[in-house]
Design a protein around this ligand. Structure first.
Ligand code: GDP
Length: 422
């Protein structure tokens, strides 16, 4: 049951973009920040500037893709529903560092970016296994569809063969390599053609005749996959009834959140194709903070082998439980402690307790980091991420709770090296 105070969480997505080096994580993130900051719907047109002009202008304005967590707003295409998407920076290290593991712990879902000309490379496999280890639901983005040798089928096949996962292709590319023109939404049976370099002018059409059979076949497979995870779709499937788009999305979302299937999308972030549809898919398929298992903690003074645990559901009215996951030095304000608040509400000017260090700390100011601005806020509520100014002793991985509350340590993420090795 969701209480009224928890309602806002349904429109939250805390995600990471996971990729091995060179697959296009930086380009994809830049595009996401551009579209979330400037353009809210498919169909809005911003003509005039060439792509290079635009990227340079954005660079001059100083897009902050280096923040450990960046907050963006996205209006789901075709609706008025606004979503808060927090993008958590997942370090691109290929080794199993604690830092990667820690960032995996604070996100609820991830976009795995693959280079469609390479398929699943050994390094992408490593990133995928890390996400597996932390039970992170994922969607896959076959990037670089414009590149010579790009193949959507290759990525789908590799997800099956190399990762042993069940892909659910929800899109199909229109053309490939230099002829890559657009994307078909298989669920809704709509085609999107990109008619300018910025990806801001998108023509929506019926599925072109030459793709009709392929898309019909793919859609049948999606219904079958959905039937496997959802009984009502199974009943419809058996009686030959066609599920509605909403029912199909809901069932595929369930399968994704339960990590049974992995929706696969395609695009070219460099050529500005497919990024808005990727954001729509983040909203459609990746979980909100209420849909993932609540974080657990153990009583700090219970040294027994099987210590007592407490659960902290995402609720702004619950007890404060937050995790410091990254410390950054800022030239203007000094030490920034990035936190994810899991439960309760952190208030600027209040005292909190660092249960890992056994120290009381004062929260100075609270910031939400946007692509090219920072916003000072009074509170960070359950499900939110932001930066705290003023914490002196809190380090990465520390548990922050309410001053005077029962001392609890959140689920350990400082996993010993030996355990991390897969
Ligand atoms: P990262 O290492 O994963 O962050 O990858 P980058 O975003 O820095 O991209 C690596 C290289 O691939 C750069 O030279 C990009 O310009 C290029 N790249 C990224 N996305 C695409 C794409 O969609 N198509 C093509 N052809 N190249 C891309």
């Amino acid at each position: 049951m969701t209480t009224k105070a928890q309602n806002y969480l349904q429109n939250f997505r805390n995600i990471g973009i996971a990729a091995h080096i060179d697959a296009g994580k930086t380009t994809t993130t830049e595009r996401i920040l551009y579209y979330t900051g400037r353009i809210h719907q498919i169909g809005e047109t911003h003509e005039g500037a060439s792509q290079m002009d635009w990227m340079e202008q954005e660079r001059e304005r100083g897009i902050t893709i280096t923040a450990a967590a960046t907050t963006a707003q996205w209006t789901r295409s075709g609706t008025d529903d606004v979503y808060t998407i927090n993008i958590i920076d997942t370090p691109g290290h290929v080794d199993f560092t604690i830092e990667v593991e820690r960032s995996m712990r604070v996100l609820d879902g991830a976009v795995a970016v693959f280079d469609a000309s390479q398929g699943v490379e050994p390094q992408s496999e490593t990133v995928w296994r890390q996400a597996d280890r932390y039970g992170v639901p994922r969607i896959a983005f076959a990037n670089k569809m414009d590149k010579t040798g790009a193949s959507f089928e290759l990525v789908i096949n590799d997800i099956k063969e190399r990762l042993g996962a069940i892909p659910a292709p929800v899109q199909y590319p229109i053309g490939a390599e230099s002829e890559f023109q657009g994307i078909i939404d298989v669920i809704r049976r709509r085609a999107y053609f990109y008619t300018n370099d910025l990806g801001t002018d998108i023509r929506e059409e019926d599925v072109p005749a030459e793709y009709a059979d392929k898309v019909a076949e793919m859609r049948d497979q999606l219904v079958e996959a959905a039937a496997e995870v959802d009984e009502s779709i199974m009943d419809m499937y058996l009686s030959g009834e066609e599920p509605s788009e909403e029912q199909l999305v809901a069932a595929l979302r369930k399968g994704t959140v339960e990590k049974l299937i992995f929706p696969v999308l395609c695009g070219s972030s460099l050529k500005n194709k497919g990024v808005q549809l990727l954001l729509d898919a983040v909203v459609d398929f990746l979980p909100n903070p209420l849909e993932v298992p609540a974080i657990k903690g153990v009583l700090a003074d219970d040294t027994s082998e099987d210590p007592e645990t407490r659960t902290f559901p995402a609720d702004p009215e619950g007890q404060l439980a937050a995790l410091a996951f990254k410390i950054m030095a800022d030239p203007y304000v000094g030490r920034l402690t990035f936190v994810r608040v899991y439960s309760g509400t952190m208030t600027s000017g209040s005292y909190i307790y660092n249960a890992s260090k056994g120290k009381r700390e004062r929260v100075g100011r609270l910031l939400k980091m946007h692509a090219n601005s920072r916003e000072e806020v009074d509170v960070l509520k359950a499900g939110e991420l932001g930066a705290v100014i003023g914490l002196k002793d809190s380090g990465t991985g520390n548990t922050l709770i309410g001053d005077g509350d029962e001392e609890v340590l959140l689920e350990s993420i400082d996993v010993p090296e030996a355990v991390i090795k897969l």
